[in-house]
Design a protein around this ligand. Structure first.
Ligand code: PHE
Length: 454
């Protein structure tokens, strides 16, 4: 039997591949399959993608390294990491901010995760075929505003998340993501091939890869940067918490680079799975958030073998959301186990009782509580806004400021090279150090100010 939390031996990942796939599982989620394609559609296609790639490589990858450094060096949860590395200072509150960000994100993320289960169930009932005879738009609106049904699916999604997390890091998170991520990858490639071989699909491919800078505005640039943060799970302690389960022998530079690469690859494949089909059916690409739940079902109904394609798509969406949700929950669980000395199952039960309430409120904000507005946003949008635009951004800012200005360059290099085990060329070390210390904080502050003005 495990001893009470806190004195329990810390769980850890068992293999390098397990670490990479867990990190990628966290990064690849609704952000890739749902948000990225519609943002590309709204912001001028390839121009958005090019700017996104620049942000990811030159800015986000070094920020991810900061979280890796914080987690691996401290071997503690987001709050504990700052507490351990800067004892007796106010830095620990930065960690608390990350835990809060994770909690807020999980609350609204579970609602959309629940929608993905509902759509998967409908796809399995062959509803997205000509015979299914549904009208996607009224059906979606009726479903999300119907109160009980979306709550039921939201809770089902939360339950799946909790069950995996109860099993722990090695036996829950690692086992689950190691099995599922390859399956998810194969399914996404199959979808992309199906979409790109439709008659008339080439226009969609051109849209994705031929830049049109006339539609790319300053707000597109902000959207790309915000999306890069969200997609790479930065600023809310998930990478930090997972990295705290990584041994000192692992190459964290390589792991950050590979996670970033795989997440971007998934986003591009998702774009290739969606945009060519959208163009092949003569639909405008700028459909906004309804793209996945309204536009795609309409396309599936017309597509040859669309019933099966719909099952594969919504299964992918559900699995991608689930592997991200477990990483969000683990931030809170690690905090409760280590700071409040709870045992893992108790920590899961306690946090779940809070998430049930928050997620139900988010779900109801589409229906019965849609009139409740705070700063003219409904609860769902408020959680989304506060976490993605405020808490995550501050979380990332503090992580870079801490690593860049509180830790020494020698500490950073020691961590990045795993105490000299791996090579870090001088110019690369200089570049990473510059980004962490100056470029990243400046860009993040600019993002915060721009967000406040907008
Ligand atoms: N990166 C996830 C996605 O793309 C979302 C997420 C954000 C997950 C923050 C964990 C932490 O959907």
């Amino acid at each position: 039997m495990s001893k009470p939390g806190g004195t329990e031996k810390r769980d850890s990942f068992a293999s390098s591949l397990g670490i990479l796939l867990a990190m990628t599982g966290s990064a690849v989620g609704l952000g890739n399959l749902w948000r990225f394609p519609y943002l590309v559609g709204e912001n001028g296609g390839a121009a958005f993608i090019i700017f996104y790639l620049v942000c990811v490589v030159f800015l986000c990858m070094p920020i991810m390294m900061c979280e890796f450094i914080l987690g691996r060096r401290s071997q503690a949860n987001a709050f504990g990491a700052y507490k351990k590395l800067a004892p007796g200072t106010a830095w620990k509150h930065a960690g608390l901010l990350s835990v809060l960000a994770a909690a807020f994100i999980l609350s609204f993320y579970s609602v959309v995760g629940g929608w993905s289960i509902k759509y998967l169930v409908m796809a399995c009932g062959l509803k997205f075929t000509t015979a299914g005879g549904i009208q996607p738009e009224p059906m979606f609106n009726e479903f999300v505003t119907s109160n009980w049904l979306p709550i039921f699916y939201t809770l089902a999604f939360l339950a799946c998340t909790g069950i995996i997390i109860i099993a722990g890091v090695k036996n829950g998170i690692e086992k689950f993501t190691k099995t599922l991520m390859p399956v998810l990858f194969i399914m996404m490639v199959v979808l992309a091939v199906r979409s790109m071989t439709l008659p008339g699909a080439s226009e969609g491919v051109r849209y994705l890869f031929k830049p049109d800078f006339s539609k790319f505005t300053a707000s597109s640039a902000m959207a790309a940067l915000g999306q890069a943060f969200f997609s790479l799970s930065l600023g809310c302690g998930t990478i930090l918490t997972y990295a705290s389960y990584v041994s000192h022998k692992e190459n964290i530079m390589k792991c950050s680079a590979e996670t970033t690469l795989l997440d971007t690859l998934f986003a591009l494949i998702a774009g290739c799975a969606i945009m060519p089909a959208v163009f092949a059916y003569g639909i405008s690409p700028g459909q906004g958030p309804g793209l996945v739940f309204v536009t795609l079902p309409a396309i599936f109904a017309e597509l040859p073998a669309g019933g099966i394609v719909a099952i594969v798509f919504f299964l992918s969406l559900f699995l991608a959301a689930l592997t991200s949700a477990i990483s969000l929950l683990e931030v809170v669980i690690a905090f409760l186990i280590e700071e409040c000395k709870l045992r893992r199952p108790v920590a899961v039960a306690v946090s779940m009782s809070v998430f049930v309430v928050l997620a139900v409120l988010c779900s109801l904000s589409q229906g019965a509580l849609s009139h409740v507005k705070i700063f003219s946003l409904n609860i769902f949008d408020l959680f989304d806004y506060v976490s993605a635009n405020v808490l995550m951004t501050f979380g990332a800012l503090f992580a870079t400021l801490f690593v860049g200005h509180r830790l020494s360059r020698a500490d950073i290099e020691d961590e990045l090279t795993s105490s000299g085990r791996y090579r870090l060329p001088r110019p690369l070390a200089g570049f990473i150090y510059f980004v962490i210390r100056w470029a990243a904080p400046v860009v993040i502050i600019a993002l915060l100010v721009a967000g406040l003005i907008a």
